[in-house]
Design a protein. Sequence first.
Length: 295
Amino acid sequence: MIAREREDAAPRRFLPELVLVGITILWGGTFLVTKIGLADSGPLFFVGSRFAIAAILLAVLSPGLLRGWTVRDILAPALIGCTMVAGYALQTTGLQSIPSSMSAFLTALYVPFVPLLQLVLFRRVPGAMVWAGIVMAFFGLVLLAGPATIATLTLGYGELLSILSALAFAFQILFIGRFAGVVDPRRAALVQLATVAIGSYALMPLTGEHLPALTSPLIACALALGVASAVIQVAMNWGQAHVAPARATLIYAAEPVYAGLIGWIAGERFTQFGLVGAVLIVSSVVVSELKLKRD
């Protein structure tokens, strides 16, 4: 009986991590769709529409979420939503002046930022094997970006904005980990999605971005990503209630790997450096788990 209980407990223990892996794979697949959608739209309108559709979809499918709100239900998710707005706005603005490969690498700096901020803000020190995994993941991301990208790195305007976007995304992961379990994950997701949509639309006049023509590809991409964003945000809020932020960061770090694999299937090139980097990133998750197994 005890053995059976332990066998049943093992899958449940890893379920939150498997959920985060699943949404990371889904997240990686969104980049190809985003690339298609951005051909017909400015970045802020596209991001705003994607998250507005996600918020509306979540509200329609869960009508009970619209009743019985408290201040706590709004404040913490809205704070997380603000970090998401900052991250997407800084990233997309930086992309206008630097290559996408450089932007992807600098945005991935959230991987070392999360444990450092966790140490400074919350006095929580990740275990030694988690740190080892973080170092492996970071060097994997360097290889995934490619030596040519790293060689051209300078601290210009676009690069600085991309680094700040990484900082914003690091705060997003930390705050979700901090407040997950306090607010219903669907309710938190609804506020987060709505905050990103409103914030993105509000920033359009400040950046000079205009309303695009509503083409069929743009509408299809926004709808598809809206569904994906709703699933990702709810699952992320639920999963991080059971997974430490530093550990979750390592799982999310594999997103460029899945994006690269999906791109490769679609006909894009996957370099040898990228392949080694992908192996390092995936291995980092296994390495970080070794300490947990000994505990």
